[in-house]
Design a protein around this ligand. Structure first.
Ligand code: MN
Length: 714
């Protein structure tokens, strides 16, 4: 176990200005709160955060990161609280410890490649600060180093697979080759034991057959480089088993054909010397043209720089040689951490914590292709997204501000079309609720449900919008056709003609329409008058009844419409020729019916409106309607009340004041009757709904000058 003073020494070695006191306090605090907890290995639990801190000192991370490593399991596993850590170690450390805790709570279960990719982005989004991710990677690395202590094989395999799918690629993304390779090497035998065994065996044979090549190449290169006056270090390293195996499985390259089973590396002082060294290499061995890659002039998105070349080496064996400067080598192995280090110790000593991240972003910005850039960089990019889970653990990636309905459509169009509600983390929520990162979302569905136009007011994803619009336009069409058919049936009935397909075909032909359905639709929309249909089919007909001269739509526009474009009535789609009747002034919350009226579309009446008597023997004209729960708070309905007032000075003014106090707006006043002591007036008031009107009437009733007040339906 690393001793307290050792840890401090290690950090001091690369950062003499470290807050020694804070480091010591974190060491003691963590040891104390982890107390007698033990790990699967039987070691004291505290050895784990300490080792994680040790790994991060190898990466030469800053003091806050080392302290975070020491504390990273305290909130989750001990009695320590966020507040306590904030008080003792400051807000920055507390926030980072929180971040690591959150990452640890996420579990990845799916095995699909797309899901793994999403999950990696999710981790990046959740990290906010890349140092949080580095602590998490170091945490995973130590857990992998001690994985063999875990008894249950399923658990070992799960952790190892997660490491291969998620953490090793993440390490690669941020350029940490060393950690990536170690994670893979540790996980490989657990996830693919057979493959591991056979590769181990084959590699032994290959090494036997290429025995001596490694030393031969190294000494040859050293000699020639020295002759050319180039100072260089030359290494040869066996390639990692896991990457050999991956190449075999994904790129179908056989073991024998892998040129880079031993990778040679030439490390020189600077970029310019790299090219000179390349010249030396190509001077002795023939290069394979397609396999020369210059990542110095074109760095990889994660900042990696190097020249790769494959040549026909001694004994006609293909060998791969990488040439890079020592700075490039450090970045290749340690990624962001090394980059930070180099910058930190160069000319400017601003000590800006995030400078290295900015630098990293700069490199990446110059990388090829926007996709790559997105993939590899800016944590900030992921801040505009939310990642949610289905109950089965599938990840769904949505833009920030997405709602339950967006989620439903993202899962499947059918799910969106039939969603009636949702549960977020087990709690029922309205469809318009916005989702947060990591929410688990369950969609409640009903066969009876249909997408509502109101949804367009809050969904934000293109997929949801398109699906809802498509559905509505289909549905509108259906409704226009139904309405048009009803209108024509009535018109024909009045003229005592039979409405049949044969008659309608004449109309289709003469008006050059596509189908009978189109006739219905145009009539329903009010673009074709019923009268015109009759005249087309029966030229010269003398019409008995009254038919609309104008298309229904024009009538609709000239009549008074309230509530704006979206009349919130269930069973209808906005845009139909629907309006509130002038006789009873239905308002939100009234019990209502619709009457299909020739040439006027649908008139909405209150259920007890006197004018409904006229329709008592035409039941087919009646539509059963009800109100949608009001989504739009700006809806206004005009309602009429009648008052009997005492003829006192200021009586009318007091009535108007009461109505204003109740936030009713008077749109019209009419005197009905005047008597010496009393007078009767009718008021048209704009209200939100029945409840609003009731409260106004109640307020008027207690007013001194008001003898009686009633809602008027005529
Ligand atoms: Mn841990």
């Amino acid at each position: 176990m690393i001793r307290q003073y050792e840890l401090v020494e290690r950090v001091k070695e690369y950062d003499p200005n470290i807050d020694e006191n804070m480091l010591n306090r974190a060491y003691v605090f963590s040891m104390k709160v982890h107390g007698k907890q033990v790990r699967a290995s039987g070691d004291a639990y505290f050895s784990h955060p300490l080792e994680v801190a040790g790994i991060l000192t190898n990466m030469k991370m800053d003091c806050d990161t080392i302290v975070t490593a020491l504390l990273h399991d305290t909130i989750e596993d001990t009695i320590a609280t966020h507040e306590q850590i904030e008080e003792l170690f400051g807000a920055d450390v507390a926030k980072m410890v929180d971040g690591v805790t959150k990452l640890s709570e996420l579990t990845y279960s799916s095995e699909s490649a797309k899901q793994a990719d999403n999950f990696r982005k999710f981790l990046l989004a959740m990290s906010h600060d890349i140092r949080v991710l580095l602590v998490k990677l170091a945490d995973r690395l130590h857990n992998m180093r001690t994985l063999h202590h875990i008894k249950k094989p399923e658990k070992r395999i799960r952790i190892a697979r997660e490491t291969l799918d998620i953490y090793a690629p993440l390490a690669e993304r941020i350029g940490m080759q060393e950690i990536k390779e170690e994670l893979e090497a540790l996980a490989f035998p657990h996830v693919y034991p057979e493959a591991y065994e056979s590769i181990t065996k084959r590699m032994k044979q290959i090494h036997a057959s290429t025995d001596g090549i490694k030393d031969l190449v190294i000494s040859e290169l050293e000699r020639l480089l020295a002759e050319a006056g180039i100072e260089a270090e030359v290494f040869g390293r066996e390639k990692r088993f896991y990457s050999i195996w991956r190449k075999m499985t994904y790129r179908h390259v056989s073991l024998a054909d892998q040129a880079d089973i031993i990778a040679f590396r030439i490390i020189v002082d600077d970029a310019e010397t790299c090219y000179r060294a390349l010249g030396v290499v190509h001077g002795i061995w023939q290069a394979i043209p397609d396999l020369i890659k210059d990542y110095i002039s074109m760095p990889k998105p994660n900042g990696y720089q190097s020249i790769h070349t494959t040549v026909i080496g001694p004994r006609k064996k293909r060998i791969e040689i990488q040439i890079r400067s020592s700075a490039m080598d450090a970045i290749a192995e340690k990624g962001v951490a090394a980059h930070w280090l180099y910058k930190q110790h160069s000319s400017d000593q601003e000590g800006e914590q995030y400078k290295w991240l900015k630098d990293l972003l700069e490199i990446m910005e110059h990388a090829d292709g926007p996709d790559e850039f997105l993939e590899h960089t800016k944590l900030a990019m992921y801040q505009n997204q939310v990642f949610c889970f289905t109950p089965k653990g599938q990840l769904v990636n949505l833009p920030q501000g997405a709602t339950v309905v967006d989620f439903a459509y993202a899962v499947h169009t059918d799910v969106g079309d039939s969603c009636v509600g949702g549960k977020v983390n087990g709690n029922p929520v309205p469809l318009r609720s916005r989702l947060g990162n990591g929410d688990q979302v369950e969609i409640l569905r009903s066969k009876a449900q249909q997408p509502s136009p109101n949804w367009l007011g809050f969904v934000i994803t293109g997929k949801a919008k398109a699906a809802i619009r498509r559905f509505i336009s289909h549905k509108k069409k259906d409704e226009y056709q139904m309405l048009g058919k009803t209108l024509l049936e009535r018109a024909f009935q009045i003229e005592e003609r039979e409405l049949n397909n044969k008659a309608l075909e004449i109309c289709v032909k003469n008006l050059q329409l596509q189908s009978i359905q189109e006739v219905y639709e145009l009539v329903g929309k009010g673009e074709l008058a019923d009268r015109k249909v009759l005249e087309t089919i029966y030229p010269g007909i003398k019409l008995n009844g009254e038919h609309s001269m104008l298309p229904a739509k024009m009538v609709d526009q000239s009549s008074k419409r309230v509530g704006g474009d979206s009349i919130p009535i269930k069973g209808l789609t906005p845009g139909l020729a629907v309006h509130m009747s002038d006789c009873c002034h239905p308002i939100m919350g009234d019990r209502i019916v619709g009457i299909v009226t020739t040439g006027k579309g649908i008139m909405v009446h209150t259920i007890d409106c006197e004018s409904l008597d006229v329709y008592s023997d035409t039941p087919e004209a009646w539509l059963d309607l009800s109100w949608f729960p009001l989504e739009d708070e700006n809806s206004i309905f005009v309602s009429r009340i009648e008052l009997l007032l005492q003829h006192l000075p200021g009586a009318l003014a007091s009535v108007l004041t009461v109505i204003a106090q109740e936030k009713g707006n008077i749109s019209n006043i009419k005197f009905i009757e005047r008597a010496p002591e009393l007078f009767r007036i009718a008021l048209d008031i704009e209200v939100r709904d029945v409840k609003h009107l009731t409260s106004i009437i109640a307020a008027l009733r207690v007013s001194e000058s008001v003898s009686s007040v009633e809602r008027a339906f005529r």
